[in-house]
Design a protein around this ligand. Structure first.
Ligand code: SF4
Length: 464
């Protein structure tokens, strides 16, 4: 029996729309629903919930149901550390142009109906300059995906553009803010860029658009971390993510040593900023840095590849594998066939020495209390990702470290250029639960996600 159906949001399966493009085929062999995302809370941890306007802050743990799409690598800025800078500069690159609206809709429909996601990050390049962006935002709302734009927000320094954004129904923005004033302008290569961004923040705040910040930890940004944090407090950002500058994708051939600050210098600068944001009840995340460069008190904020699966603003692994795949980013190509996380694991396991039926074939894998089958598979993929896709390394210091089961180690290029001397292995038995520290971190749970995020959790200290 076929498990494929044909459907277009808003139409019955047997209806056709006059003159419309052929409806996408939804192969339900990989269909995911609410039950696939259920997790069991650790009964030894008290679940707290602080209610805010439109969201809560809580240490409840739920698997992200957020998809992602790359519309095309076209951008109005030229950030020197951009992972996609070669594609952005080259108008002839197959991933440069924005994909067609029909393809964008098909991709979103599959993220929703097959992979069971309830939110989507729409990124470009710069999605605000995509000609059909407001129609796409409307479409996402129609099919049950909360749309977020990952944006530099410069386009929203004009009230009329903010009005369009609001009337289309954007859920929120993830705004890249890498410094203030001249520092920002220099990093992004556009004079006056920071002034436009500040104006946009003001207009967005006035219009009631929710937003969060992304800040890349390049050398110029470090002295301005406090200013970025103060800007978050001033404009009411819900979360701030500080992201280690790692040489991924187009940066992998550059290794600009002088631009990469040392992990330990970054940690030193981040500690007071983390405390400041936390005291102001703003979620703060430090992405892709080794746990051991932070004191134990601050490790709950550190998110390696295993931890981001519990960040409701990060990408659900299985749909990301598909929507981030080559042809999904190539503007002129159709969406490629769907595939599952098991398909990907079947390719990667043998490369890591995993035999048939062998569950824990590398040191990072091991039994975890209250883990679901999906959590095991997702953790396994994230561990293999740091070996084969975004290469990290663990050197002799890591081999006896208690955190080797939940830590990515050092980025391989960072270790090659700068070395491994900053590692401080932790003593004790090996930890395999990615939530080991993170289960104490307060993170944003939007009201639209509360039903499933808090399912089965008993909140022992509610506050309102
Ligand atoms: S595994 Fe390695 S990098 Fe990670 S915390 Fe331990 S010593 Fe540090």
């Amino acid at each position: 029996m076929s498990n494929s159906i044909t459907a277009v949001a808003g139409l019955d399966a047997d209806q056709t729309r006059q003159g419309a493009a052929a409806a996408p085929v939804l192969d339900l062999a990989f269909h995911r629903d609410d039950s696939d995302y259920l997790v069991t809370q650790d009964p030894t941890v008290e679940i707290r919930r602080i209610r805010k306007n439109g969201y809560s802050l809580s240490n409840v743990k739920a698997l992200s149901r957020r998809g992602v799409m790359w519309l095309g690598q076209t951008c109005n800025l030229r950030c020197y550390f951009c992972y996609f800078i070669d594609k952005i500069k080259n108008a002839h690159h197959p991933e440069h142009a924005f994909m067609s609206f029909e393809k964008a809709k098909e991709l979103c429909l599959k993220v929703r109906e097959v992979y069971g996601n309830t939110a989507i990050d729409i990124q470009g390049g710069e999605p605000s300059i995509c000609p059909y962006i407001y129609d796409l935002i409307r479409y996402c709302n129609e099919i049950g995906l909360k749309p977020t734009l990952i944006t530099n927000a410069l386009w929203y320094d004009k009230p009329k553009n903010v009005e369009k954004l609001v009337s289309a129904g954007v859920f929120d923005l993830l705004i890249s803010i890498h410094g203030i004033g001249e520092t920002y302008d220099k990093i992004v290569g556009v004079p006056g860029g920071s002034a436009r961004q500040m104006k946009a923040l003001e207009l967005l705040q006035q219009a009631g658009v929710a937003f969060r910040f992304n800040t890349t930890l390049c050398r110029e940004t470090l002295p301005e971390l406090r200013q970025v944090a103060e800007t978050a407090v001033r404009f009411g950002a819900r979360a701030v993510n500080y992201i280690a500058f790692n040489p991924f994708v187009d940066q992998s051939t550059r290794r600009p040593e002088e631009q990469i600050p040392r992990y330990s210098d970054q940690a030193k600068m981040l500690l007071p900023v983390i405390d400041y944001l936390d005291a102001n009840e703003i979620e703060v995340n430090i992405r892709y840095m080794p746990f051991c460069v932070f004191p134990e008190s601050h490790r709950k904020f550190v998110q390696n590849f295993q931890q981001i699966i519990y960040d409701l603003h990060e990408w659900e692994t299985e749909s990301e594998l598909w929507s981030g795949g080559g042809d999904n980013r190539v503007s002129a190509a159709p969406c490629p066939p769907l595939f599952s996380i098991d398909d990907r694991l079947a390719e990667l396991r043998p490369r890591a020495g995993g035999g048939a039926g062998e569950a824990f074939y590398v040191p990072e894998l091991g039994p975890v209390d209250h883990f679901s089958e999906r959590e095991y598979r997702t953790k396994e993929y994230r561990v293999l990702q740091t070996r084969f896709m975004h290469p990290y390394t663990k050197e002799k210091e890591c081999h006896g470290c208690a955190l080797t089961g939940i830590c990515d180690g050092f980025h391989r290029d960072y270790a090659k250029v700068i070395g491994f001397g900053e590692a401080h292995p932790e003593s004790g038995p090996v930890v395999h639960d990615p939530r080991h520290y993170q289960r104490h971190q307060m993170k944003v749970v939007e009201d639209q996600e509360a039903d499933w995020a808090f399912a089965g959790a008993s909140v022992v200290s509610p506050q309102s």
